[in-house]
Design a protein around this ligand. Structure first.
Ligand SMILES: [Zn+2]
Ligand SMILES: [Zn+2]
Length: 280
């Protein structure tokens, strides 16, 4: 039940969804394809302002309700039963670090929301993209194939970007911010240095500019990633569902925060097995 609620709440966790909404909006207005010059915005600034308001309202609304719910449900209500649910039962962040992760979580989200609003405005104003809306624009085989391709691309590049941020210079200057939370909570999902979170966002958005991507598959894969981003930082020892044999449990990323140089992957533990970086 808890996982279901988080799934629903995390649907609009990040402003990247605005890009999709902008496309769908254009489509149903019959402007995107019918107009050979594509839609010309009356005012880029005006459009950007409205995208920004939505981006912030949705982004922060979900961040606080989703993470707040998990914290209330476990850290507050089940505080006396930590052995049953907490990855690190006897260890907690200091109050100072606890508030710090929320502060940086808010900053990280602001960065992605601003960039997402820019993307969405660009799309709404007829900017370049390879996202498509009609199922029959490409073959059904491609529609099925793109799911694992996008998922594996995003997860594997995230693995390497993460490993890259563990090199000395990048770790000290950027990634260490996220690693001060040895006992992460869901608030720390976006508590990343602005440079790092924007690198990750750019990488995950890349398919929308490179290969034909149907809006539904892209949206649901992003939803999947957000859901697990929140869950994996929750510190709550949840297991993946039976239909996710590729998916590590919450302990996997919790161990990354605890031991630092192991378990760099997110949604597939196989990358760490292949590259021999898994916690033995
Ligand atoms: Zn790390
Ligand atoms: Zn983390």
């Amino acid at each position: 039940m808890d996982q279901l609620i988080v799934t629903l709440l995390s649907t609009f966790h990040n402003g990247q969804w605005l890009s999709i909404i902008a496309h769908v909006k254009n489509y149903y207005k019959k402007l995107y394809y019918d107009n050979p010059e594509r839609l010309k915005c009356a005012s880029f600034v005006q459009e950007f302002r409205s995208q920004l308001i939505w981006s912030f309202a949705i982004g922060y609304g979900i961040y606080f309700s989703c993470c707040g719910y998990l914290e209330w449900s476990y850290s507050v209500r089940r505080q006396s039963q930590t052995v049953e649910w907490k990855c690190q039962p006897n260890k907690w962040l200091t109050w100072q670090l606890y508030l710090d992760q929320i502060k940086w979580g808010v900053v990280g989200l602001a960065c992605t929301n601003i960039v997402s609003a820019l993307f969405a405005t660009n799309f709404t104003c007829g900017g370049y993209s390879t996202l498509y809306l009609e199922f029959n624009s490409y073959s059904w085989i491609w529609w099925i194939l793109q799911w694992p391709i996008i998922f594996l691309y995003q997860d594997y590049t995230t693995y390497w970007i993460h490993r890259m941020y563990h090199s000395r210079f990048l770790f000290v200057n950027f990634h260490y911010l996220h690693h001060r939370y040895y006992q992460p909570t869901s608030w720390s999902v976006t508590a990343l240095h602005p440079v790092e979170i924007l690198t990750l966002q750019a990488s995950s958005m890349l398919p929308v500019f490179v290969i034909p991507v149907h809006w539904l598959s892209f949206s649901l894969i992003i939803l999947y990633n957000y859901y697990h981003g929140i869950i994996q930082h929750s510190g709550i020892n949840l297991k993946p569902f039976w239909w996710q044999p590729w998916q590590p449990d919450v302990m996997f990323h919790d161990l990354h925060h605890k031991y630092v140089n192991v378990n760099f992957g997110f949604n597939c533990y196989i990358w760490d097995q292949i590259h021999d970086s898994i916690k033995k």
